[in-house]
Design a protein around this ligand. Sequence first.
Ligand SMILES: [Zn+2]
Ligand SMILES: [Zn+2]
Length: 318
Amino acid sequence: MAEAQPSSPLFKSTAPFDDPKADTILRSSDGVDFRVYRVILSSASPFFKTMFSLPQDTSEDSKIPTVPFSETGRILDRFLRIWYPGATTAGFDSLEQLADVIQLALGKYDLQYLAPILNRQLRVYVENHCVSVFAIACRYGWKASAKLAAKQALNLDLPSIFNSTAANPYLRHITGDQFQALLIYHHACGKAAAAAGRLLPWSDAEYAWNKCTVTSCAACGQYSEIPGRGRVVPRAWIFTYLDEASAALKQRPGANVQNPALLVGAQSKAMSCSSSSHGGYHATSPCRSHGLQDLSKFVTDKYVPAVNEAIKGVLLQI
Ligand SMILES: [Zn+2]
Ligand SMILES: [Zn+2]
């Protein structure tokens, strides 16, 4: 048998894998020994049961069988700690490490009952690694997590999604159809979110942009019929905002439409409502007195829920 490499100075097995009464040693590829009980491993996985039914190598030290593993000590440790009785869970250092452990547990050693725990762990990484999490979730058939990751990807524009596919080791395990489903979902959400604003009751008569009659305040080319008031021509600045927000949502369907950068153009137009020289109306500009307040209320109460609703209506086809 080939000599194991010397123990990594960075990693040493700890309790419960240092039990002197254990009957088997699992030796990692970098020479870390894990002392375990065969009966525990056999009952955990058919893979181990089969392995221990074969003649064991007891030629080395300590007279107990040593089983060589192709995983590093750190990976083996994280893997064992998810399920080995008496072990405290160590958590994961990175998505890469978690992905290795998922493949070990579900792919190689067939511990399918660990799937819910690993799926939960995967979600920890969704915020910063949505494309990778999407791919891993698709690979193992975790649709709810794939959906969560696709939804998170709405905060990115398409060029950023393409960037995160470069040298991504997880995408090769999913089909082209699955990746395309992510892109189609993103595109469809962008379209639905971008359209949401124009369908809203922005024409509510109480809003400042509909109340304003200051002649110098630019009016919009379109009007709305408001019950009890007839035809109302809203001030153009509300559409300045809706158009900019819509463009932002088309690129990034998860864009925050309450972002001050999106509001500032409309705000400055609203605030300049009565500043021109049409005498007499200056004191009664609803845009100036209530424009910002109404816009903020409209965005919070009507626009944000409408965008969320529009996105909720888009299905991820995986
Ligand atoms: Zn207009
Ligand atoms: Zn006005």
